[in-house]
Design a protein around this ligand. Structure first.
Ligand code: GLN
Ligand code: ZN
Length: 761
């Protein structure tokens, strides 16, 4: 019985690649230094999988930046602006595409399906020339082989590559990207020929777009591509790997009828229908790579349950055709539990990071083959049982309260326009009120204070004094700038989710549980392991302290339940919505405590609400329903006179605008810096929007300081479609990553612009 791993994290157990990349980019180390770190990482990963007994070990899943960008390099599809002149693509051109350089901006980056990983979007058009320009896949195959490991080289499949790309600048929007299939396949053929010549006997094509809603034309492209590649592929075992959801029935039919393909990889964790599809018809003689071990989470697998799934599959596809695998690449989970020395042993026994998942896959394969490691399975069963029964996981009171929310609705009693009137009577704000999104620059000094407090190097008293001073500076600055609704600046927060997770019960934190987000950037999501409750107020002290420093309204600042959920590793023993409702109840308490403490404006950030949208349209409504409901729960019982704001980090919500309205916030501030047009078109099309709205008037992601005129211009554009009395003026996100030398002039100009337009109304 065989085992397989779809892909493995590249960063290294201690983010070695991150540091090597950043040092190279800063000119502090050479290309050879970087290559050495990368070579060592690859070698240790291959060795680890080989030692664990994995039969099908992937290669070319390493990347210096991104696997889609690697494919762009392989195809020589370098956009013209990088002035690449041919030959093998080196670091210069590669990193210029990824990060831009002094003269040319980077290529666009976007989310990889519903993960928190971001890939570099290929820019293609009718004039793109494709040539074989990066031999990385073949080189890595040979490198592993020289180490004695015969790997399965992995390529991003040709159809997914095209479906994930966009028309280059100057190319018409509707350009049929799939028409480039015949231009890229010759390069794929060259790569395949070289891999064969180097001794490869398997090849893996990642075609995750197969889990999306695809029309007949796109499906036809899959058939066409793999038919066209058939002779090139002959003599190879060909695995088409899908992940992140099940493959829809129609696509499943197309996929499983491809004669050049000999093996199919399916995500059996998120792909809830796949099992049924396989049962209802799987082609004879083909391999099934069964992704039973979850690559998207950090939980130890329930081995007994996986084993029984595998056994039922074995009965259908045959003993020698079933391969145990991961649900997707392990790059979406943390690297190695061994490095977690601070987690207690009980929680640790419930977890498995990438390194542990490799062992799980192998153990399952061996068990299927009749070599079950009884002790290992018994330890796993004991851990599963302890997780089920641990009082740390279950809080009956919370469960009862969360269950009671289901099926019923929660909204504020009064409608938004009446509430806004009541609030205005109290707040007495000018038209086009100005505000900011929450955070102010986080200086080196501030980070040091937090670090030292955490390490107990300074006392609580010293810490509080330092943070109070910082708040007081931020409050004074905002008063000087004449901003209308103030914030405290969030100096006590390292991260908008971690800060709350640390104070809620049911959360655990890792020391090294990093997951690649893009390039060298990694995130360390909290782990939600138990029922969530809020033992104590989390922000009331800081918000009331800040409010006491000014007579202007001070916004309380919270992270919303959906964002906390979407940016954490969540429980797999209950539905996501249930966890979300629990967090909503905890945040509700905080909202009510803030109100009781005299805070009149409370912002509940839902930066990541859109990120949680399921991959398939049919599932959107259900998600949006519970996500929006969770948000409403947090503030359903507060007074009309308390103003609830929310903030979102994207403006492309044309498709979910009705859900946004349904959140029923009094004011929403949103990112809008890169396209006024897209956002405004929603309102131009006649969507009725009665709540306050603050589309960001300048881009905080750039150090550039906008002048008064351009900000005024943008405000005027918005006034053309939105009522004067609902428009707010604010930057498009928090100011945490900016410097004061940028923030002060930018906000000065923002306030001037608002004042200028007020005089013209
Ligand atoms: N209130 C947060 C801040 O200002 C919001 C951050 C975000 O939207 N990502 O930093
Ligand atoms: Zn934001």
């Amino acid at each position: 019985m065989a085992s397989h791993i779809v892909g493995y994290p590249r960063m290294g157990p201690k983010r070695e690649l991150k540091f090597a990349l950043e040092s190279f980019w800063d000119g502090k180390s050479s290309a050879e230094d970087l290559e050495k770190v990368a070579t060592d990482l690859r070698a240790s990963i291959w060795k680890q999988m080989a030692d664990a007994g994995i039969k099908y070990i992937p290669s070319n899943t390493f990347s210096y930046y991104d696997q889609v960008l690697d494919t762009t390099a392989m195809l020589g599809a370098v956009p013209e602006r990088y002035s690449w002149t041919g030959g093998e693509i080196g670091f210069d051109t590669y990193f210029s595409m990824a990060r831009g350089n002094a003269t040319v901006p980077a290529m666009e980056m976007t989310k990889w399906f519903d993960t928190n990983y971001h890939f570099i979007v290929p820019e293609l058009g009718p004039n793109t020339k494709f040539t074989y320009a990066s031999h990385k896949a073949v080189n890595e195959y040979k490198e592993a082989k020289a180490l004695g490991v015969d790997t399965v080289p992995v390529l991003v499949g040709p159809v997914s590559y095209l479906l994930l790309s966009k028309p280059a600048k100057g190319v018409e929007k509707g350009f049929p990207l799939l028409s480039l299939l015949s231009s890229i396949l010759p390069v794929y053929k060259e790569v395949i020929a070289e891999l064969k010549a180097a001794g490869a006997s398997w090849i893996q094509f990642d075609e995750p777009t197969l889990v999306l809603d695809l029309d007949a034309q796109k499906l036809a492209a899959f058939s066409a591509a793999y038919t066209e590649l058939e002779s090139a592929l002959s003599g190879l075992n060909v695995l088409v790997e899908t992940y992140f959801a099940d493959v829809p029935a129609e696509s499943f039919k197309t996929l499983t009828s491809l004669s050049s393909v000999t093996a199919y990889g399916f995500d059996l964790v998120r792909g809830t229908q796949t099992l049924e599809l396989v049962k209802s018809g799987f082609p004879a003689g083909k391999y099934l790579f069964a992704g039973v071990v979850d690559g998207r989470n950090i939980w130890a697998d329930d081995l007994a349950s996986s084993l029984s799934t595998l056994q039922s599959l074995e009965a259908i596809v045959g003993k020698d055709k079933l391969v145990v695998s991961t649900s997707c690449s392990l790059m979406h989970t943390a690297v190695d539990l061994v490095n977690e020395t601070k987690l207690d042993s009980e929680i640790k026994s419930w977890l498995a990071f990438a390194a542990q998942k490799v062992v799980e896959v192998d153990a399952l394969a061996k068990a299927l083959a009749g070599q079950k490691d009884e002790a290992y399975f018994a330890a796993n069963a004991a851990a599963q049982a302890s997780r089920k029964s641990s009082p740390r996981v279950t809080n009956e009171e919370v469960q009862k309260a969360a269950n009671a929310l289901r099926g019923s609705d929660h909204r504020r009693a009064t409608n938004v326009s009446a509430r806004l009137d009541a609030q205005q009577k109290k707040l007495n704000l000018p038209v086009l009120p100005t505000t900011t999104i929450g955070s102010f620059p986080q200086t080196v000094e501030l980070r040091r204070v937090r670090r030292e407090y955490k390490a107990k190097k300074i006392s609580e008293e010293e810490y509080i004094t330092a943070i109070k001073e910082e708040i007081s500076k931020v409050v004074k600055l905002q008063e000087e700038l004449d901003i209308d609704v103030l914030v405290h600046g969030e100096p006590e927060r390292n991260d908008m989710v971690e800060y709350f997770g640390e104070q809620l019960s049911g959360f655990a934190f890792t020391a090294n549980g990093w997951v690649q987000s893009y390039g060298s950037r990694c995130v360390k999501p909290p782990i939600i392991y138990g029922d969530v409750s809020r033992p104590n107020p989390m922000t009331v002290f800081w918000s009331t302290t800040a409010q006491s420093m000014t007579s202007r309204p001070m916004k309380g600042m919270l992270t919303g339940p959906v964002t906390i959920l979407n940016w954490s590793f969540v429980r797999n023993d209950q539905p996501r919505f249930e966890t979300c409702y629990q967090i909503a109840l905890a945040i509700k308490k905080e909202v009510e405590d803030l109100e009781a403490a005299g805070i009149q404006v409370i912002q509940i950030d839902e930066a990541a609400l859109r990120e949680g949208l399921p991959l398939r349209k049919a599932e959107h409504a259900f998600y949006l329903d519970w996500a929006v409901h969770s948000f409403r729960i947090t503030n359903c019982e507060i007074k009309d006179t308390t103003q609830i704001h929310t903030h979102m980090c994207y403006s492309n919500f044309n498709d979910i605008i009705h859900s946004i309205i349904n959140m029923d916030a009094d004011v929403i501030t949103i990112e809008n810096s890169r396209s006024d047009e897209k956002l405004l078109s929603v309102f131009r099309e006649g969507v009725k929007y009665g709540a306050g709205i603050g589309p960001g008037v300048y881009d905080i992601h750039s150090p550039r300081i906008p002048n008064t005129e351009e900000i005024a211009d943008r405000i005027n554009k918005m006034l053309a479609v939105l009522d004067t009395n609902i428009l707010w003026v604010n930057p498009d996100c928090g100011l945490k990553t900016r410097k004061y030398t940028e923030v002060k002039p930018a906000l000065t100009n923002m306030v001037s612009a608002a004042k200028l337009i007020r005089t013209q109304l």
